[in-house]
Design a protein around this ligand. Structure first.
Ligand code: RFL
Length: 425
């Protein structure tokens, strides 16, 4: 059996002498990671009665509370709905079809819902993860192992790949032989690194800025998303629930969140989001405060042998355009369907085309994020040329219907299940 690692494409199975190895069990698909991507793949497989096992390093309680995204594009929600995965979401969501740019002390509303007929659904990621775990594990009886350690992939370039891990209860090394591995273990997982480096090219982009990501225990202060473009730095406001609001403040990359005490945060938010006629911000305790260094990457291709990457494991999109979770779900829907076709119809065309189909969409959204990032950060770049160009970009989407239509289509995405990939011609 071959273990594939970044430094050695083939090595022997590394079982520590102290850890007894039990004989491998079998399943058809091992899904690594129980985030939105992994749980969606697992649900699609389970609903089609394909045997699979999900391996997750964290506990169920942890993944059901980890705060992150909150905006789902309409085509994603409709695709989840068609698979019976959006019942609670549809009962407990708010829909947004407008956002507001604030710059030069003015408010400019952008009605993308009216223009495209599609909206965002506001639904915090932990609630979606909770729903997906409940459906997979509690209702469909799917197998999921929480708290696993030291996950390793072996023989992924054969038709009998194997995944090994340490059982958290017994400390034993266990392994599972399968037909395919879904690498859905996020930006810090192990599956991406299991691809031989000569096979997987990683394209990176660093925006050179940080964002202080905040969650405030305070109601939203506006009826839609607000993007504040300001010479002191970008700021944003996004609803999460009637009680909780996400805010972002541009800051130096690598900044220490401790440099941002309560009063400084609210004073900067008030300054950068100020505009004529804007409602005052509803303040509240800050329940999350972390600095994100804004960078993106894309792994190409997204598959190697019988390993298929999905979501942040394959591509990171800084939360500039709120695309990460939507892209993760796009991959997962394609991968789930392709694996079902492989298992039931011996049809591998979906798996063969998987990486190319995902990457078309990934690059549309990466390019859009980069375009929008310049609008958001140009004013504070200290470079008058960038600042003036960013203002020109911004004015164009409010003054040119053609530019507005193109922007709106990328901002909300388009239906994939109904045919054609969002954002592609
Ligand atoms: P996840 O959610 O990171 O899940 C990966 C799972 O794998 C587990 N894991 C492992 N399991 C087994 N073995 C290993 N070796 C493992 N290593 C890790 C992890 O514990 C975890 O449970 O990846 P996934 O499924 O690809 O989903 C991606 C999304 O989480 C991500 O793209 C979004 O959160 C990005 N994002 C947003 N996306 C949007 O579409 N809209 C938004 O409004 C939005 N806001 C955000 C965001 C991300 C943020 N942060 C924290 C980067 C706001 C923030 C602040």
């Amino acid at each position: 059996m071959a273990a594939v690692s970044p430094s050695s494409a083939v090595s022997s199975f590394p079982a520590p002498a102290s850890s007894p190895v039990t004989p491998p069990s079998r399943t058809r698909v091992v899904v690594i990671g129980a985030g939105p991507a992994g749980l969606t793949v697992a649900n699609i497989l389970r609903a089609a009665s394909v045997d699979c096992v999900v391996l997750e390093t964290e506990s169920r309680e942890f993944i059901e509370q980890r705060p992150r995204a909150g905006f789902l594009e309409e085509w994603v929600v409709r695709a989840l709905q068609r698979r019976g995965l959006a019942d609670r979401l549809l009962r407990n969501t708010e829909m947004h079809g407008e956002f507001e740019f604030r710059f030069a002390g003015e408010r400019h509303r952008f009605p993308y819902g009216e223009m495209t007929g599609n909206r965002h659904f506001v639904y915090p990621q932990p609630l979606l993860v909770t729903d997906l775990v409940r459906r997979y594990a509690d209702e469909l009886g799917g197998e999921i192992r929480f708290g696993v350690r030291d996950v390793e992939l072996h023989a992924i370039d054969t038709d009998r790949p194997e995944v090994s891990y340490t059982d958290p209860d017994t400390g034993e090394r266990r392994s599972i032989v399968c037909e395919a591995v879904a690498g859905c273990d996020g930006a810090r997982g192990v599956t991406r690194a299991s691809m031989p480096p000569e096979h997987a090219a990683v394209a990176r982009h660093d925006y050179g800025v940080g964002w202080l990501a905040l969650l405030a225990e305070a109601p939203p202060s506006n009826d839609c998303v607000v993007f504040g473009v300001h010479s002191r730095g970008f700021a944003a406001h996004m609803a999460r629930s009637p009680q909780v609001t996400r805010y972002y403040l541009e800051c130096p990359p690598g900044d220490d969140p401790e440099n941002w005490p309560h009063d400084r945060v609210w004073s900067e938010l008030r300054t950068r989001l100020s505009a004529d006629g804007a409602r005052p911000l509803a303040e509240g305790p800050l329940i999350e405060k972390r600095v994100l260094d804004m960078h993106n990457y894309v792994v190409e291709p997204m598959s190697y042998g019988r390993l298929y990457l999905a979501g942040d494991a394959a591509h990171l999109a800084a939360p500039i355009a709120a695309k990460g979770m939507n892209l993760a779900l796009h991959d997962a829907l394609l991968l789930g369907d392709a694996l079902v076709a492989h298992c039931f119809k011996a049809d591998d065309s979906g798996l063969r085309g998987y990486s190319a189909a995902c990457l078309r969409q990934v690059w549309q959204y990466q390019e859009f994020s980069q375009w929008l990032a310049e609008v958001m950060h140009g004013a504070s770049s200290g470079d008058p040329f960038r600042a003036a160009s960013a203002t020109a970009r911004l004015r164009r989407i409010f003054e040119s219907p053609a530019a507005a239509a193109a922007f709106a289509e990328l901002y909300i995405g388009k239906d994939i299940d109904g045919g054609g990939h969002p954002g592609t011609a």
